[in-house]
Design a protein around this ligand. Structure first.
Ligand code: SAM
Length: 327
């Protein structure tokens, strides 16, 4: 019988976001400040054996979905080998990847064959200058990467766009058209006050209810539920194939249905994106615990999962940056 992992608020925990590096080849200004130095030592990173062991323990406890993330996960050497190992774990029903897509072109085929089924891709703008302004990187490699990913068959491909006032808020319809032309699903995200960079971005925060209202003037948005949709509230645009999701951690938080936990590259388990709670799984496995004891530790950590983040009530609490936690 399939196990179910519950926290003390009765939420089913079934989704692990696994960071495989905290390094990134982009410097998104809402994610990481220029002088960011809070990287982990590479010696402290979990190796593939350790990752597989921890993932197996989670899966045996009832987690069915693992997402590889970072930093930029495609910077981790032999990431396709790791994906292959994880995708062959029985009862892991869904292995997905979050990437900026800048490096996927040369490895899209290998990754696809290793068992990664779905992609979420960050893309905040289609304007090369604005893209450079946000990321200090080049847009063309991302667009080429997206076409390569589409060609090998990743499906669905979801585009994650962080909406920022005065930066890309007037571009949403254009990004929606691009997604529609390519059969990608667009998901708009509110900026979160995570780390110094996220804190600095609160001045550009937009309540996505505002964007939704303005889209509703042009489109008939019909609410839908998508499998594996995560925290997004989805809409289908009437008389089209277009789907759009809104991820609103501030204006309409979704903590009461939160089913996820995050493991950093150095093996720290975070049970809430917006709180400092942590549980050091790496130290535990390196001290030689049995698999049974490891699962007991995981259950202990889940029991401490906070009820909610406080991004809105208490936006000046600056938790870790996304690149450190695993976005
Ligand atoms: N490199 C991968 C990518 O680009 O998807 C995975 C890691 S990235 C940190 C994951 C997601 O976090 C991206 O969609 C990024 O836009 C988002 N993100 C980072 N900092 C954020 C913030 N302060 N507020 C909202 N989203 C943020």
């Amino acid at each position: 019988m399939k196990k179910i992992l519950h926290d003390r608020f009765g939420r089913k925990i079934e989704y692990l976001r696994l960071s495989v590096t905290d390094r990134c080849d982009m410097k998104c200004d809402y994610c990481r400040i220029d002088s960011f130095k809070d990287y982990s030592e590479k010696e402290s990173w979990l190796n593939f054996d350790e990752i597989e062991r921890i993932v197996r323990a989670f899966v045996e406890l009832g987690v069915g979905h693992v997402r590889l993330t970072g930093g930029e996960p495609l910077l981790r050497k032999n990431i396709d080998h790791l994906a292959q190992r994880l995708s062959s774990i029985d009862q892991l029903t869904d292995l997905s990847l979050s990437t900026n897509c800048s490096r996927i072109e040369s490895m899209a085929d290998r990754l696809y064959r290793s068992g990664v089924q779905r992609l979420n891709v960050s893309l905040d703008t289609l304007n090369p200058d604005t893209f450079y302004q946000i990321t200090k990187s080049d847009l063309s490699s991302v667009l080429t990467g997206l076409q390569a990913a589409k060609k090998v068959g990743f499906d669905p491909i979801r585009i994650n766009t962080v909406v920022m006032r005065g930066v890309n808020d007037t571009e949403i319809e254009q990004i929606l058209d691009y997604c529609s032309e390519n059969s990608f699903t667009l998901r708009l995200i509110e900026t979160m006050p995570m780390g110094q960079a996220g804190q600095d971005s609160t001045r550009r925060y937009i309540d996505l209810q505002e964007i939704k209202k303005s889209l509703q003037k042009k489109y008939n948005l019909i609410p839908i539920v998508l499998p594996g949709g995560g925290p997004a509230r989805y809409y289908h645009i009437a008389d089209s194939d277009i789907k759009i999701g809104f991820i609103t951690p501030l204006s309409q938080h979704f903590c009461d249905t939160c089913n996820r936990i995050r493991l950093t590259v150095d093996g720290i388990l975070h049970t809430c994106l917006g709180q400092e709670h942590e549980y050091p799984l790496r130290d535990i496995i390196r001290h030689g615990v049995s698999d049974k004891e490891l699962k007991q530790h995981i259950m202990q950590a889940i029991a401490l999962k906070p009820e909610k983040h406080e991004f809105k009530e208490n936006p000046t609490i600056s938790v870790r940056s996304m690149t450190r936690t695993g976005g």
